[in-house]
Design a protein around this ligand. Sequence first.
Ligand code: PGA
Length: 239
Amino acid sequence: MSIRLEVFDDEQWTARVAERWLAYMKDHPAARLCLPTGETPRPVYDRVAQDGDFRESTVFLLDEFDLPVGNPGRCDQMIQHDFLDRLPQPIPVLHRLDFAAASPAEECWRIEDLVDDGGLDLTLLGLGGNGHLGLNEPGSLPSSTTRVVEVAPATAAATHRYGTVEPPERGMTLGLRPILDSREIWLFVTGSHKAAILERMMISPISPDVPATFLRDHANATVFADRSAAGRLSSGVAE
Ligand code: PGA
C-alpha cells in the first residue's frame, strides 16, 4: 500500500485544501467525519466554514484534553471557536469525548461504538511534533482502541500555543484502530517546524515509535503538506 503526498506552496495551501474538502462535501453531504483541532487545520476551518454545507454530516472530535471547562486549550473549545461558531448552519450531530462523563473509560467505549456504527468516511488529522495522531502518542499500536491516555511531555508543553496555562496530564483519543479503519484519511502538515517529523513519518520504518507511519499502510491516505513542511520530500506516492 502507499500514501499520497500533495505539496502546495505555503500561500496556496489553505485555499487548495479547503477547495478539496468543499468538493468532497459536495459529493458526500452525509459524510461521517472525524475532525482534529490545533493550529494546522485552523485556517482551513476558517475558509471552509464560509462555503461548506455540513447539515447532513456527522462529526466526531478526534481527541480531548483533561482541562477545565472554558480552558481555550480544550479541543471542544477550539473546534467551537475555529469552526462551529463560523458555520452559517449548525452541524446536527457532533460527538465528542467528555471527561465530565461518570466513567471516562466507558465514555471512550461509547464513542468508539458510535464510530463503529457506520464507520468514518473521512478523517482529518494533524501531525504531532513527536509523530502522534490524535493523542496516540509514540508507543501506540495500530490496534489501539479509543481510550484515556497520558499526554506525552512534549505534547503537554506544546499546548501553551493553544492558551493553556497548566499543561494537561491526561487526554482521551480515538484509537488508531478506528482512525485507520476510516475509508479515507487526510493528514495536514504545515510549517518548517514539522519538516523533520514529516520526513521521518514518510521514510522511517513503520513502527509505534512514530504512530503516523501507520498511515503508510492505509489504502486511501493523503498527506497535504505545504512546501515549508515538505521541503525534504518530493510529491507523489511513497511506499
Ligand atoms: P498542531 O497540532 O496542528 O497544533 O501543530 C498537531 C498535533 O499535535 O496533532
